[in-house]
Design a protein around this ligand. Structure first.
Ligand code: ADP
Ligand code: MG
Length: 455
């Protein structure tokens, strides 16, 4: 048995005792790269799968391998150092990184005209941790068998946590697996403006026919169609036409379907009829794994205390983590020395202090009212309308938990209510959060927005 056959045999057995999703997540892109006497070296795509395999699967792998070849005594794992294929440089610049890209000669990627996919986003450079592993596994399964298992696939989570990356990775992978399939990636905002233009120019039927011919429709940030009735109506028909013919639909949003205000009921129930996956917030170890992977990618070595400083201070947004790294990278290029901790603190000052962990009354009220699609004044007034009472209590709760405001002051802000009303509201929400998963979800998403600096 050569090493390829040996590994195939191991995988075949592992597959039997692992869920399809887990198998896809942890074993894709693995192989045996050397078999020396009694030791085997397995290559894995990134440091996270290395950790995962050596901690969670090591014993099973060893057992299976030893059942196939008794001489083997040790297994080691190594992160595959082959760089992914270089992609042609192009004129395309990502807005946010424009300066860095130019100065540092980063690889640029060409967005495909046909699919609108950015080849930069792949599964290979997507790091998996407990915060995103189920979403990743579902996405991977869809890329292997589009149109069947999870349709639609609906991924939600806070800003900068990898939704777009994951959605585009599915698109790119499907393109690789099934070169004939027609794939379209569209941010929902752009989709909306296309619909509006088509209606104005009386070309809506043409647009619909065009969209019905797609095999895989990826619609990013679907929350943007909230309140846009005409767009929702057209999308509903397109959705049904695609779904009926087993075409794959993949959606992302910053919140679950039931928390998108002003979304037509029939669309909501369509979304909920598929697979809904959330992306949470990466824990310390995962943030470290992501940062290290990005350092490898960008070819920069940072000192341990610097890595730790970044990971401890930037917690809720992977895009900001990359932003921090880019700043250090520029410093490194310009001065030819790796920044020490003092320099790092200075360079990252604005990222770490603002907006990472600061908020205020205005921001909380604004975020809560936007989240529930309410007017700010309604939230602050005394109306007892049911759809307003709960969001108002949540806003009060957040003023208490995030700003440590006093109860009398909270009461005053919300229509001059007595401090006992404020206490009641805060305690009620605190209690309900313990038992009500939907509420916990909403509050977490609101908090993410409060601190993500998007408002
Ligand atoms: P979102 O769409 O949720 O706002 P993005 O997909 O745009 O977030 O991700 C923000 C940045 O972080 C991107 O540059 C992306 O490549 C990177 N990123 C997000 N998640 C991961 C991950 N799991 N592994 C590696 N990079 C990631
Ligand atoms: Mg996005």
């Amino acid at each position: 048995m050569n090493k390829e056959e040996l590994w195939q045999a191991v995988l075949a057995q592992i597959q039997l005792s692992t869920s399809r999703a887990n198998f896809a997540t942890w074993f894709h892109n693995t192989k045996i790269i050397s078999e020396d006497n009694d030791e085997i070296l397995i290559s894995v795509p990134n440091s996270f799968s290395k950790e995962w395999l050596s901690n969670k699967y090591h014993n099973s792998i060893l057992k299976i391998i030893r059942s196939l070849n008794k001489n083997i005594r040790a297994i080691n794992y190594v992160v595959n150092l082959e760089k992914p294929k270089k992609i042609e440089r192009s004129k395309y610049h990502e807005k946010e990184n424009k300066l860095e890209i130019n100065q540092l000669g980063f690889d640029n990627f060409e967005i495909s005209q046909k699919t609108n996919l950015n080849p930069r986003y792949t599964f290979d450079n997507f790091i998996i941790g407990s915060f995103n592993e189920t979403a990743h596994a579902a996405a991977w399964a869809v890329s292997e068998n589009p149109g069947f298992d999870y349709n639609p696939l609906f991924v939600y989570g806070g800003v900068g946590l990898g939704k777009t990356h994951l959605l585009e990775a599915v698109g790119n992978k499907i393109l690789e697996n099934f070169s004939k399939k027609k794939i379209v990636y569209a941010p929902a905002e752009r989709f909306t403006s296309k619909i509006v233009t088509a209606i104005r120019e009386h070309k809506i039927e043409e647009l619909k026919t065009e969209l019905r011919n797609i095999d895989v429709l990826i619609m990013d940030d679907i929350q943007f169609i909230a309140g846009k009735e005409k767009t929702q109506e057209e999308f509903f028909h397109i959705f049904n036409a695609l779904r009926e013919t087993n075409k794959q639909i993949i959606l992302s949003s910053d919140r679950p379907p039931k928390a998108i205000p002003a979304l037509e009921e029939r669309l909501r129930s369509r979304f909920e009829g598929g697979m809904i996956m959330d992306i949470g917030i990466p824990d310390f170890e995962t943030r470290m794994a992501i940062l290290k992977a990005k350092c490898e990618e960008k070819n920069i070595e940072l000192r341990a205390d610097v890595l730790e400083y970044i990971v401890s201070n930037i917690q809720k947004n992977i895009r900001e983590l990359e932003g921090a790294l880019n700043r250090l990278l520029i410093f490194n290029k310009m001065n030819n020395v790796s920044p020490d901790i003092e320099i790092t603190k200075k360079l990252l000052q604005s990222l770490v202090n603002f907006p990472a962990r600061s908020t205020n009354y205005k921001k909380i009220v604004q975020t809560v009212s936007q989240f529930y699609d309410l007017k700010k004044d309604d939230l602050l007034a005394t109306t007892r309308r049911k759809e307003i009472v709960k969001p108002r209590q949540i806003a009060m709760y957040l003023l208490r938990s995030e700003l440590k405001e006093s109860y009398p002051s909270i009461g005053r802000k919300f229509g001059g209510k007595d401090h006992t009303t404020a206490i009641y509201a805060c305690e009620k929400i605190a209690r309900e959060i313990e038992n009500d998963l939907n509420l916990t979800n909403d509050v977490n998403l609101i908090k993410q927005r409060i601190y993500s600096g998007t408002i």
